[in-house]
Design a protein around this ligand. Structure first.
Ligand SMILES: [Zn+2]
Ligand SMILES: [Zn+2]
Ligand SMILES: [Zn+2]
Length: 361
């Protein structure tokens, strides 16, 4: 009855890896930001006559880059992006004028059609298919890094559902190879490197250890009341083989979940064949939990891995690749945009409990 988890929480939590990315956890109703307009329900049809990404409509897509297992009976297809945010065009050389600095928009932007069925969700795909999808991510990232040394970061991400900014309903991921390291990756890599120098430990490994073994009760010094109870596994959503899905203590999004390899690995490109199967399983199960709790999850997810860049050669021991899943259940308000502080209205402990409680077959 007196479960401390259920008490209203109002506190600023510091992201242990990137302290500038902190979050205000405020479960009181008055803090609830405007809910995103009830999003259009996601398109669950298997085949859509007019969809360029559907099987049979291959002639409607931009040129194909690769298809798996083959173009004739493809399950996953990589095509050029019709509206690339970065491109080959070198007609925009670096130009600087006063305070106006630019780097030319050189890069690659490709679409991975995740599945030949139109509206299939990640948790509805087979684990064998998901393992293939992750191997396609890995192989394409590797090819892009090798293709040009000007490409400093290759970002793979997925927008699913209109609430997450997906402009095409057919399930797809995107890969963007860019000439700069994204700020958030840069912050993760440099901060974890500083932590490692000081503690001789990977901060991500430490967070995993803490999630698996930590147990503590924090009391109010004056009243003696329990302020927070940290239980073993309180932040663990799933543990499958060599992977773990964790609800971050300082989650920016209500239903944010991170997936990490249990054993230290800095570069996603080193993932082994067998580990792809475990990753597929932990991903499918985590997405099934999110989908069940949210009644149809619309989300973004993205892969953070050590940049292939000379600047980060000594970060192998300190950086730890991961996938961040960020379901979209509310839209940022002026407070969030103005302060840079995310507001999360569901206590991460309560969210984790709900996600764990879902019964999966
Ligand atoms: Zn389609
Ligand atoms: Zn690690
Ligand atoms: Zn990250």
């Amino acid at each position: 009855m007196n479960d401390p988890v259920q008490k209203p929480v109002r506190e600023i939590r510091i992201n242990p890896i990137v302290p500038s990315e902190s979050v205000l956890i405020a479960t009181a109703r008055s803090m609830r930001p405007k809910k995103a307009e009830e999003p259009a329900p996601r398109d669950t049809r298997a085949h859509v006559e007019t969809c360029p990404f559907c099987a049979g409509n291959e002639h409607m897509t931009p040129p194909v880059i690769a298809a798996y297992p083959a173009e004739k009976n493809w399950e996953i297809r990589i095509v050029e992006n019709l509206y690339p945010v970065l491109g080959d065009d070198r007609s925009n050389p670096n130009l600087s004028f006063g305070m106006q600095q630019t780097i030319d928009g050189y890069g690659r932007h490709e679409v991975m059609i995740d599945h030949n069925q139109h509206g299939v969700a990640i948790h509805e795909m087979s684990e064998a298919h998901l393992a293939l999808l992750f191997s396609v991510y890995r192989d394409r990232m590797e090819q892009l890094y090798r293709s040009n040394s000007r490409l400093r970061y290759v970002l793979v991400f997925k927008n699913f559902g209109p609430a997450a900014g997906a402009s095409i309903a057919h399930t797809h991921s995107q890969v963007i190879a860019m000439p700069v390291i994204p700020d958030n990756v840069q912050a993760e890599v440099t901060n974890s490197h500083a932590f490692h120098r000081k503690n001789h430990h990977c901060i991500f490994c430490s967070l995993i250890d803490e999630a698996l073994t930590f147990e503590a009760t924090i009391y109010d010094r004056e009243s003696g009341e329990i302020r927070r109870k940290i239980n073993v596994g309180q932040y663990v959503i799933e543990r499958v083989g060599k992977f773990i899905a964790i609800k971050p203590f300082a989650s920016r999004y209500e239903w944010e979940v991170h997936i990490l390899p249990l054993q230290h690995q800095s570069d996603f490109l080193r993932i082994s064949r067998e580990d792809l199967d475990d990753l597929a399983r932990v991903m499918r199960r985590t997405m099934a939990r999110l989908d069940a709790v949210l009644g149809g999850a619309q989300y973004n997810y993205f892969l953070h891995s050590l940049p292939h860049d000379a600047d980060f050669e000594d970060c192998e021991a300190s950086y730890h690749w991961h996938i961040e899943i960020t379901p979209r259940t509310s839209i940022p308000s002026g407070f969030e945009l103005g302060s840079g502080l995310f507001v999360n209205t569901v206590a991460p402990e309560a969210a984790a409990e709900k996600l764990r409680a879902v019964v999966l077959d």
